[in-house]
Design a protein around this ligand. Structure first.
Ligand SMILES: Cc1cc2nc3c(=O)[nH]c(=O)nc-3n(C[C@H](O)[C@H](O)[C@H](O)COP(=O)(O)OP(=O)(O)OC[C@H]3O[C@@H](n4cnc5c(N)ncnc54)[C@H](O)[C@@H]3O)c2cc1C
Ligand code: FES
Length: 325
């Protein structure tokens, strides 16, 4: 049975167990977030032995070359010695410069990184509440609009980091962030391509960034946004998005509510079902799906069946602990 060696101790790895699961099972405190190979909060380095290729998927080549890997999706067949990356190389301090409730459950947070961070609207950063506690938040801002990174944080019942953001974090505080990560962003080069964007709740954050990035870069093809929630509290920035439809004739916005009450001006039903019932032929379309993992999974399947090519469908499932219940 292979061992995971960390901080001078060896921990036996059970069959099929990831490095992260093994360390957690033995009471070792290491950072993690999504537990599905997306957020990169569980980044570790193999000091000896080689991490499997699958555990380096999505890492920058410079990190993969130096034997970094994602502990949550690392199932080594041989013993390896692992360490945490040095803090300085991977995290950046950032000051909180603004906070505002966009709805009763969504907090807008503006962060000023202490070092230049090059990012694209729609990518995500990891926000650290404590040394080993991080969560991912998508970037709603454009690097050209101001020097700050804007995120939208939905309050999750009993969620550790989202409730800390809403209740304890304040302008003037300094936090650590890591990133940017992910490939959910607008790619210039096909300005006439039709774009479909579907999001639930705070899944609007990356889409809000992508739409404004596309418009700023002169996208001329149709841009169709469907934003859904069960209750009106989950929808936000509705006035700003409606204003945007007045400014740009190629931008269209449909807010959707799946629960009660039925309100005027809102489509009724599940957001991806509404979107796909209106747009049944997605051949040549580019599709962005962000938010609840179940919606993302179902919408991806439906978009593919409607003719969108898999390479043109970009998904950001907001995976959390709840996904692992
Ligand atoms: C790529 C990506 C981008 C994201 N972007 C955004 C964004 O822009 N905005 C946003 O609001 N969110 C975003 N998320 C989600 C975000 O990262 C967090 O998952 C979310 O804020 C909840 O974190 P939390 O610490 O508040 O909740 P957690 O403490 O992680 O808890 C989440 C839920 O799981 C339950 N839970 C906690 N621990 C356990 C356990 N051991 N067993 C069973 N259940 C448990 C809790 O009760 C709660 O209901 C994104 C996620 C990913 C992966
Ligand atoms: S990538 Fe491993 S915890 Fe998110």
């Amino acid at each position: 049975m292979p061992d995971i060696r960390y901080n001078g101790r060896a921990y036996p790895l059970s069959d099929g167990q990831s490095v992260l699961e093994c360390l957690i099972e033995h009471g070792v405190s290491v950072p993690f977030g999504c537990r599905s190979g997306v957020c990169q909060a569980c980044l570790m380095r193999a000091e000896t032995g080689h991490p499997p290729e699958a555990s380096q998927k999505g890492l920058k080549p410079a990190l993969a070359d130096r034997n970094y890997f994602l502990a949550c999706v690392c199932n080594p067949r041989e013993s390896i010695s692992v360490s945490l990356p040095c803090r300085e190389g991977t995290r950046t301090p950032a000051s909180i410069v603004g906070m505002e409730l966009l709805s009763s459950e969504i907090m807008y947070v503006s962060l000023q990184p202490h070092e230049l961070i090059e990012y694209r609207a729609g990518q995500f950063i990891n926000l650290y509440q404590a040394e080993n506690l991080a969560r991912s938040y998508s970037v709603a801002s454009l690097p050209t609009e101001d020097p700050y990174i804007h995120i939208h944080v939905r309050r999750v019942p009993e969620g550790r980091v989202s409730n800390w953001v809403h209740d304890a974090l304040r302008p003037g505080d300094t936090v650590d962030i890591q990133g940017p990560n992910g490939d959910c962003y607008y790619q210039a080069g096909s300005p006439e391509q039709s774009l479909l964007l579907i999001g639930t709740g705070s899944g609007l954050a990356p889409l809000y960034g992508i739409i404004r990035d596309a418009l700023a870069q002169g996208h001329t093809g149709p841009i169709r946004l469907f934003h859904g929630s069960r209750t009106p509290n989950g929808l936000y920035l509705t006035d700003r998005l409606r204003e945007l439809t007045q400014t740009y004739s190629n931008f269209d916005y449909t807010p959707c509510l799946s629960g009660e009450p039925v309100l005027k001006g809102y489509a009724r039903g599940r957001v991806h079902e509404i979107a796909l019932s209106k747009l049944s032929d997605l051949k040549e379309w580019r599709v962005f799906l962000c938010g609840h993992p179940e919606m993302v999974k179902n919408a991806q399947k439906k978009a593919f069946l409607a003719g969108a090519s898999l390479k043109d469908i970009t998904c950001d499932a907001f995976t959390s602990h709840a996904t692992f219940r």
